[in-house]
Design a protein around this ligand. Structure first.
Ligand code: ASP
Length: 335
């Protein structure tokens, strides 16, 4: 036994003898303390605010960055940013205009996580555009963390959300074309994977995140991906950092990717190293990785960022000091 563990163990034994069983819960949590703790003292707040998001969503990221610059809190800014894409009918994998399932239903998944570790999500919601804002309402106004389908939709109307038809003429035509072959083959890149995942650090240094999607085009009715699932599509720990995913949700779910990235950062990895490790978990476990794309972006408490994906073509937006830039991601599948 090394000296450090020995000291830890002896002190725990001492407390347990003195105070009995009630203390043992405290012991287990002190035993689980991470080896690397980022203390607020070492954070340089002059780097903040920062907003990053998946893909080249220039306007969405700028909206979040500007909101942060006006002193908005991280979660409010991220919801505002993501709303830009939810309302963009040309974006076929988020919000209104999102590609439907194979039966013609547009069903949206979204979640939010704030800097206090609170989480809210909605799954398979129809007829409501701003599902990230709706997920936030679930978090704040209900005793639950997830609402699905009709229940989520009805809750939305009770909160003043508008009923809208999310299926556009263009999406209808594309579905009819798809039905000619009905080949379910998610294409690798942005045409089919452009879930918006956004992570913000506000001026106070607090972190929050949002993820919003219509999921994979022509999915089976009822299919849920990673985007609204805590730890998979999104995870935030205000003491450490945050991560968000896009791409083949089934693979992200199987490896609980975003939680994994935050835990790797807790152990001392940079956001870049942590994203790479999470992608390697997928590529080493699934030899079919050449057929699908997964991408992660991450930020830590210091404001360092990272991104990594399986295939070339992914990028992230980063807003910092008034500059909103598109950063190409490194990727695993190199010739
Ligand atoms: N991750 C999303 C899902 O699986 C889709 C995507 O990002 O393209 O639902």
């Amino acid at each position: 036994m090394d000296r450090r563990k020995f000291i830890k163990n002896t002190s725990i034994t001492g407390i347990a003898v003195a105070s009995g069983a009630a203390i043992s819960a405290c012991n287990s949590s002190s035993e689980n303390k991470p080896d690397v703790v980022i203390t607020p003292k070492s954070v340089d707040k002059s780097k903040f605010p920062i907003a990053i998001c998946t893909w080249g969503f220039v306007d969405a990221n700028a909206a979040a960055g500007e909101a942060l610059s006006k002193n908005k809190k991280a979660l409010d800014a991220a919801i505002e940013g993501v709303a830009v894409e939810e309302e963009n009918i040309k974006n076929t994998t988020v919000g209104k205009g999102g590609a439907p399932d194979r039966d013609g239903n547009v069903t949206l998944d979204a979640c939010v996580m704030d800097s206090n570790g609170n989480y809210g999500a909605v799954l398979a919601v129809e007829n409501i555009t701003n599902v990230a804002a709706l997920a936030c309402k679930v978090m704040k106004e209900t005793p639950h963390v997830m609402l699905a389908g009709k229940g989520a939709e009805e809750f939305g109307y009770s909160q003043g959300f508008k009923k809208e038809n999310l299926l556009t003429e263009a999406s209808k035509e594309a579905l009819e074309k798809w039905k000619e072959t009905s080949e379910y083959k998610p294409i690798i890149n942005i045409e089919n994977h452009d879930t918006i995942g956004m992570l913000c650090i506000d001026k106070d240094g607090d972190i929050a995140g949002v993820c919003s999607t219509s999921g994979l085009a022509y999915k089976m009715k009822g299919r849920i991906g990673d985007s609204a699932i805590i730890g998979s599509g999104l995870f935030v720990d205000n003491a450490i950092g945050a991560a968000v995913a896009t791409g083949m949700g089934e693979e992200v779910l199987k490896t609980v990717g975003s939680f994994l990235i935050v835990e790797l950062m807790r152990q001392g990895k940079s956001p870049q190293e942590a994203c790479e490790e999470a992608i390697h978990r997928i590529t080493t476990k699934n030899d079919k990785y050449k057929n699908f794309q997964v991408a992660y972006i991450a930020i830590n408490k210091y404001g360092e960022t990272g991104s990594y994906c399986i295939h070339e073509g992914f990028s992230m937006m980063k807003y910092q000091n008034g500059k909103n830039e598109n950063i190409k991601s490194d990727f695993y599948n190199k010739p």
